[in-house]
Design a protein around this ligand. Structure first.
Ligand SMILES: NC(=O)c1ccc[n+]([C@@H]2O[C@H](COP(=O)([O-])OP(=O)(O)OC[C@H]3O[C@@H](n4cnc5c(N)ncnc54)[C@H](OP(=O)(O)O)[C@@H]3O)[C@@H](O)[C@H]2O)c1
Length: 171
């Protein structure tokens, strides 16, 4: 998972607004995203997050990767992007059983929390945006199971963003 959240744990405002992220834009600074992308060959993203990118007038990137848009409504593929309506556990288990690079979970909250139910997230790269939103779409839902993690690294950036990298402690 590679995601951004406010200091109080929200990935978007209640209505899905993510304009608070634009305060972090800085010429020549991608917060390690290009390097991270080199480690990835598969992306999974919730249908709402995917639609949000399109609604902002962008094309969804990652056309060089296998992209699964997670939805409960089966739909035909969109170019090289596949809609997926089956079990997330089955999808991840199947992808992990094949040789390949990392699988990137691009959010949103519903997908992250669904994956956490089955302990399917191995690494968490979380960029803390220096803002308190007070309300919104929370990254981690209340009631998720306790999970032991360890800090792999952290970076501080000029705009005040702090990026934390955790990994699951394998039991
Ligand atoms: N700050 C960041 O870095 C960041 C990153 C990503 C996203 N976001 C923001 O997060 C917001 C969206 O997050 P979200 O939590 O509302 O939605 P989401 O997780 O992106 O997508 C939710 C959708 O995924 C599908 N879904 C969820 N669970 C499923 C399951 N078990 N099986 C099959 N399909 C399932 C459903 O699609 P259908 O309705 O089609 O059935 C559901 O409506 C957007 O505002 C986005 O911009 C922020």
């Amino acid at each position: 998972m590679y995601i951004s959240m406010s200091l109080d744990g929200y990935i978007a405002k209640p209505d899905g607004d993510i304009s608070f992220l634009s305060a972090m834009e800085q010429e020549g600074q991608d917060y390690g995203y290009a390097e991270f992308n080199k480690t990835v060959d598969t992306v999974i993203i919730g249908r709402r997050s995917y639609d949000k990118v399109l609604s902002l007038g962008y094309e969804y990137p990652h056309s060089d990767k296998d992209v699964y848009i997670i939805t409960r409504t089966p739909r035909p593929p969109k170019g090289s992007f596949k809609y997926y309506s089956g079990s997330l556990k089955t999808l991840i288990t199947d992808l992990k059983s094949r040789p390949g690079k990392n699988i990137y979970c691009d959010g949103g909250s519903l997908i992250v929390n669904e994956l956490l139910k089955d302990n399917l997230i191995d690494e968490f790269i979380i960029s803390i945006i220096p803002i308190i939103l007070g309300d919104g779409i929370e990254l981690f839902n209340r009631g998720i199971a306790e999970m032991a993690i360890k800090l792999k690294g952290f970076k501080k950036f000029k705009k005040g963003l702090v990026q934390l990298h955790y990994e699951k402690i394998l039991s």
